[in-house]
Write a protein that binds this ligand. Structure first.
Ligand code: NAD
Ligand code: TYD
Length: 360
């Protein structure tokens, strides 16, 4: 079986669902269910005997060690993190706790478990750490895209905490021989994306008749990667990646934020026209910029293509249309997140279980 941390979040839940769609290997999901964790994302596998959900923190050494001993995973896919740059600006402590200390704890528990495995299982074991292109800092318009050897220059508390976790993963390979893989990907988009991130926020606000907030001049560039393509790349890296290596994963889709929002408006105008007429573009509103806002990210994804034969299947045009269609078909999911109902359900379902665990 494999252990997935953060599997109730955006990318982790896509990974779990995709994994179980074409694979009978069991998945154990460990997730703390922070504001970003949503069990509704995993609703379709709630009764699937190949999936077990465990509510817990990657920083809980006893829990992680007992999960490893009990389930004996052959691999760990580590998605769990605090992931939103804006939240890291308002409150960086949680980012250090989970991204740095949590990853450290996970590595320590994994090292002890891995060291005690029989030789053949030790050789086959993989610890795949999911990271971000934001560790490389910001590019000028004329700079070449980030490669795996670009120097780290993180600029936000989020990217600094992810950079720290990448360094720890690297050290655990070089010092202890732990068979690690690190993937640094660009901005993901697709189903189950939490609606405070740009793309789902714009879709939800457009439909609700609210302003579509553009930070600064809207000319910041991101490289957009469809989440299903990202999950496929992680599966390739888990299967055939070389231990100790890092792989950049990108969509070859550099777009300015304003252009992304404009495309979203055009697709919405076509698929769900405004009742009062006119374009959703009329709702675009410029707001104050994010402090320290990185100007441009771009990924050179040739290494993973050359070595592992992966490249994205979606263009931005196809992926963004699929994404808008998903959000239009799943407005109930968005409403549950916005109303906080998904958290209430979690409280109802888990407060009692946690109390039972503590008294057991
Ligand atoms: P997300 O915020 O949607 O999900 C994170 C998940 O981790 C949530 O389910 C949350 O409950 C869980 N979690 C948080 N703290 C935890 C803890 N201490 N213990 C256990 N679970 C915990 O994030 P995402 O967008 O799905 O990102 C997944 C990974 O990919 C992260 O490591 C992130 O840094 C990385 N990444 C994301 C993007 C992107 O565009 N979303 C881009 C590059 C890299
Ligand atoms: P975001 O989805 O927060 O991802 P990240 O900061 O990790 O790249 O933001 C994507 C881009 O969109 C980023 O340049 C910030 C910008 N942005 C806006 O212009 N308005 C918004 O309301 C949000 C949330 C983001």
């Amino acid at each position: 079986m494999i252990l997935v941390t953060g599997g109730a979040g955006f990318i982790g839940s896509n990974f779990v669902l995709d994994w179980l769609a074409d694979n009978d290997e069991t998945v154990v999901t460990l997730d703390k269910l922070t504001y970003a964790g949503n069990l509704n994302n995993l609703a379709s596998v709630r009764d699937d005997s190949r999936h077990l959900f465990v509510h817990g923190d990657i920083g809980d050494a006893d829990l992680v060690s007992s999960l490893l001993a009990q389930h004996k995973p052959r691999a760990i896919a580590h998605f769990a993190a605090e992931s939103h740059v804006d939240r890291s600006i308002h409150g960086p402590a949680a980012f250090i706790a989970t991204n740095v200390n949590g990853t450290f704890n996970l590595l320590e528990s994994t090292r002890a478990y891995w060291a005690a495995l029989p030789e053949n299982e030790r050789a086959a074991f993989r610890f795949l750490h999911v990271s971000t292109d934001e560790v490389y800092g910001s590019l000028s318009p004329e700079d070449p895209p980030f490669t795996e050897t670009t120097a780290y220059q993180p600029n936000s508390p989020y990217s600094a905490s992810k950079a720290a976790s990448d360094h720890l993963v690297r050290a655990y390979h070089h010092t202890y021989g732990l068979p690690t893989l690190t993937t640094n990907c660009s901005n993901n988009y697709g189903p189950y994306h939490f609606p405070e991130k740009l793309i789902p926020l714009v879709i939800a606000n457009a439909r609700a008749g609210k302003p579509l907030p553009i930070y600064g001049d809207g000319q910041q560039i991101r490289d957009w990667l469809y989440v299903g393509d990202h999950c496929a790349a992680i599966r390739r890296a888990l299967a055939d990646g070389r231990p100790g290596e890092t792989y950049n994963i990108g969509g070859w889709n550099e777009k300015a934020n304003l252009d992304v929002v404009g495309m979203l408006c055009d697709i919405l105008d076509e698929l769900a026209p405004r009742l009062q007429g006119g374009s959703y573009r009329e709702q675009i509103t410029y707001v104050a910029d994010r402090p320290g806002h990185d100007r441009r990210y771009a990924i050179d994804a040739r290494k993973i293509e050359r070595e592992l034969g992966w490249k994205p299947a979606e263009t931005f045009e196809t992926g963004i249309r699929r994404t808008v269609q998903w959000y239009l078909a799943n407005e109930e999911w968005v409403r549950n997140v916005q109303s906080g109902d998904y958290m209430k359900w979690m409280e109802r379902n888990y407060s009692q279980r946690d109390a039972e665990r503590k008294t057991a």
